[in-house]
Design a protein. Structure first.
Length: 129
């Protein structure tokens, strides 16, 4: 039988979907090509944001980002030094390494975990110290 689960006829369902799509297309105002382009007819670049679960500051990921013309990243801070905190020189080296790929290190998040404060790797941040 030509039934969709729930009892609707497939042909009737197809006509409804096609009719709705046609109505939406007709209601959408047409934008002339000149208005979609930037100044002097140049095409505007698409801007997008993306995320990754891998370390964004590894050489592999930086090469990948550079290949696709990523301009800014949110990088992970390097492991803290022996004192348990970051030295300015460590952060500068990271920034310089990222910039050597033509990418700007726009920001770095604080290393906070979802562990209880007693088990956190940086409890001073959570306690405001």
């Amino acid at each position: 039988m030509n039934q969709i689960p729930g009892g609707m006829n497939r042909r009737r369902f197809g006509r409804m979907v096609a009719g709705a799509a046609s109505a939406l297309a007709a209601a959408r105002p047409a934008v002339p090509r000149a208005e979609r382009a930037g100044p002097e007819g140049e095409r505007r670049r698409a801007l997008m944001k993306l995320g990754t679960q891998q370390s964004p500051t590894s050489d592999e990921m930086l090469r990948y980002f550079a290949r696709f013309r990523v301009t800014h990243i949110c990088g992970y801070p390097p492991p803290p030094g022996p004192s348990g905190s970051w030295a300015v020189d460590d952060l500068r080296r990271l920034r310089d390494r990222v910039e050597s790929f033509g990418i700007q290190l726009a920001m770095m998040p604080l290393p906070l975990s979802s562990h209880p404060i007693a088990e956190a790797e940086n409890p001073g941040i959570m306690l405001g110290k």
